[in-house]
Design a protein around this ligand. Structure first.
Ligand code: PDD
Length: 277
């Protein structure tokens, strides 16, 4: 596998970064994950816009212009052929003597690589997945796609150890999002997702699902989801670039709705598959 590191295309086994890299020492950096289907990046401009915003919020200069980012992606995809892939990119504040404050002179470290993604298979989509609710122990700038993911890692691991595919995070009585996904519920026939704020990542898949649902004439509402609404929801979905729209059919060991992926999910999943092509 060939990766892009600081202006060069190198075999992954030869790519090296400094032990002083602030990504390594402080998780001082941001990232993006962009799904690729049949050679096309899904919502490439939207992902790049979010990257620009994340960089601004943590005061990192954008190391590449938008056309440069796009040409790196195209070149890496050419060098790493495959069917369903994801572009992973991260920018850190670079290597400098360890000090919390920004270094005066450091070049950002830019890494881009192509990962295989294993989309949920047909079998999984027939049954849906289990999720558990856990307390949201993250900071109050979850709108930044920061590489500092320890609370997300711990939450996902706890979910996995409880036999679930994802943790739904609860902050002050509200269901916010998953450890690495956004949250939707269907209640009284309305598709509901929490409004964007500093407690959740503005997901690209989330926006796309809202847009596709509106195009199809479904009622969609951006509104907070109290934790107790989860247990009476007809459907629960999780969305992300790597899992698309994932139906949750068991929450905390209790069936969601009738315990099968629901009719609204069936429709939205079909629209999403059509949009991808
Ligand atoms: N994560 N919320 C969180 C906390 C996430 O980490 C992600 C994505 C999402 C969904 O965003 P999008 O639809 O733009 O992928 C929501 C990526 C896939 C990851 O960390 O691997």
């Amino acid at each position: 596998r060939v990766v892009y590191l600081n202006g060069q295309y190198v075999p992954e086994s030869e790519a090296r970064i400094s032990v002083l890299d602030r990504g390594f020492l402080f998780a001082d950096g941001v990232y993006e994950v962009i799904p690729v289907y049949g050679g096309c990046l899904l919502q490439e401009d939207e992902h790049l816009q979010r990257l620009v915003r994340s960089l601004e919020q943590v005061r990192l200069p954008n190391p590449l212009s938008l056309p440069q980012w796009k040409s790196v992606f195209a070149e890496l995809l050419r060098l790493n052929p495959g069917p369903e892939r994801g572009i992973y990119l991260q920018v850190t504040r670079g290597a400098a003597r360890r000090d919390h404050a920004f270094p005066k002179a450091a070049e950002p470290t830019v890494l881009v690589m192509v990962n295989p993604i294993s989309l949920p298979d047909a079998e999984l989509l027939k049954t849906g997945v289990a999720a558990v609710t856990l307390s949201d122990d993250r900071w109050s700038r979850c709108d930044i796609k920061s590489i500092s993911l320890l609370p997300n890692v711990l939450a996902r691991q706890q979910a996995v150890e409880q036999g679930a595919a994802e943790a739904i995070l609860i902050r002050q009585g509200l269901a916010v999002e998953g450890a690495a996904s956004n949250l939707f519920v269907v209640a009284d026939g309305v598709i509901v997702t929490p409004p964007k704020d500093r407690h959740l990542l503005p997901g690209i898949t989330r926006d796309l699902v809202i847009e596709l649902a509106q195009q199809q004439g479904y009622p969609v509402m951006e509104s907070v989801i109290p934790e107790d609404q989860l247990s009476v929801a007809q459907e629960i979905w999780l969305t992300s670039s790597t899992r698309e729209i994932l139906p949750v059919t068991r929450l905390n060991e209790t069936p969601v709705g009738d315990g099968k992926p629901g009719p609204a999910w069936q429709q939205m999943h079909a629209h999403y598959q059509r949009f991808k092509k």
